[in-house]
Write a protein that binds this ligand. Sequence first.
Ligand code: GLN
Length: 486
Amino acid sequence: MHTQTLKQLSALLKDKQISATELAQIYLGKIEASDLNAFISIDAALTLEQAKEADERIARGEAGPLTGLPIAHKDIFVTRGWQSTAGSKMLANYSSPFDATVVKQFRTAGMVTLGKLNCDEFAMGSSNENSFFGAVKNPWDKTAVPGGSSGGSAAAVAASLTPAATGTDTGGSIRQPAALCGISGIKPTYGRVSRFGMIAFASSLDQGGPMAHTAEDCAMLLSAMAGFDEKDSTSIERENEDFSRLLTDGVKGLKIGVPREYFSEGLAPDVEVAVRAALKEYEKMGATLVDISLPKTALSIPVYYVIAPAEASSNLSRFDGVRYGHRAAEYSDLSDMYRKTRAEGFGDEVKRRILVGAYVLSHGYYDAYYLQAQKIRRLIAQDFQQAFTQCDVIMGPVAPTVAWDLGAKANDPLANYLADIFTLSTSLAGLPGMSIPCGFGQGAVNEKRPVGLQLIGNYFEEAKLLGIAHQFQLATDWHNRRPAGI
Ligand code: GLN
């Protein structure tokens, strides 16, 4: 029961084989018993209240496809009822007076909230070790990281503590944890999903998206999640779409661009084997592979790690001890209160980024760093447009390695940044990107650790990406694997 996909659970609800309340109880029980540290807050009474409402709606015959199905939210989306912490001490006791648009949309669809999921502090990280609430364990191998920053979301879905979760992706935080935990996740085109109520990290990059076992489930979720929101100034005005509409399209004749730069030196051999096998599978289904180049790939790291911290330093200035969350207990005057509040409330990685961001925006350095980064960002986006004249979709690895050991890179920020090499450019260009499970690593340790295949589409081609991913999942069973003991 509890290892099922949303699609399967929705059929059970429809046939009245289970109620929303029973479903919520099963998952709450599993969350209670789990030792992964995937959840930051749960409130069984609140969850069961929502489940009861869903059951009433089902009984009235007013249910939609998602009504009664459970979901949990990355703790970067503010919610009424549960705490909204962004994984930070700064907001450890913060209660939002409103729901993020995304949370509201899933509530309107009748989904039942299971609670809030652990993540790197303000979504800064790739291993979930930067959370004030402690690291999350990878359910496939509890000595490994789940990836980040949506590590709690990925671990919770992989361990079937929830059939669906929200994540946010600024530079890879949906795709990379999905890959490292063997689940599916999609980062939509920038502007597709409302950022209202999504605690900001880097506003020109942040984008919410769904995480679940399958592409089919992600399509269902995205159909409810996407849409214009006048409360988000960068939200795109477009008709709402049914993202499931292309699931049955075949891939015959599909031209898959394989970027040379994604199969370079840094790629671990076992990840390469799994990704190449997935590409072979697509060839078997009638697609053709095209050798392409994304020449600025390596520059995405310095560019992202200038732009994202610059925006973060500005966004995080609001945490000053006056308006939200933590305030130092003792201080001599106003400046001292600001200083102490921020020194106590932020963790090391967040402080590092605020410092870098303030530096690259400062007088005398703005042109040399920030402006230069913006120019290269444009060139990175152009590289993709050039590539899409040769192919319909781009595929490659999500991350250069499988999940690493907890603690292995915890004190080495640079090593973490380098591991983002294959996901940052998509974010900088604002393109949709997806991760689907395509195998496991090799060797005694790595053979338990999943590998993800990345699919990158042109702007607004989420439905096409989801269809291409679904075809792979019809032909393979990686998405049906579950960690031992689940
Ligand atoms: N790992 C990247 C970072 O640390 C991306 C994080 C994200 O997408 N939120 O910034």
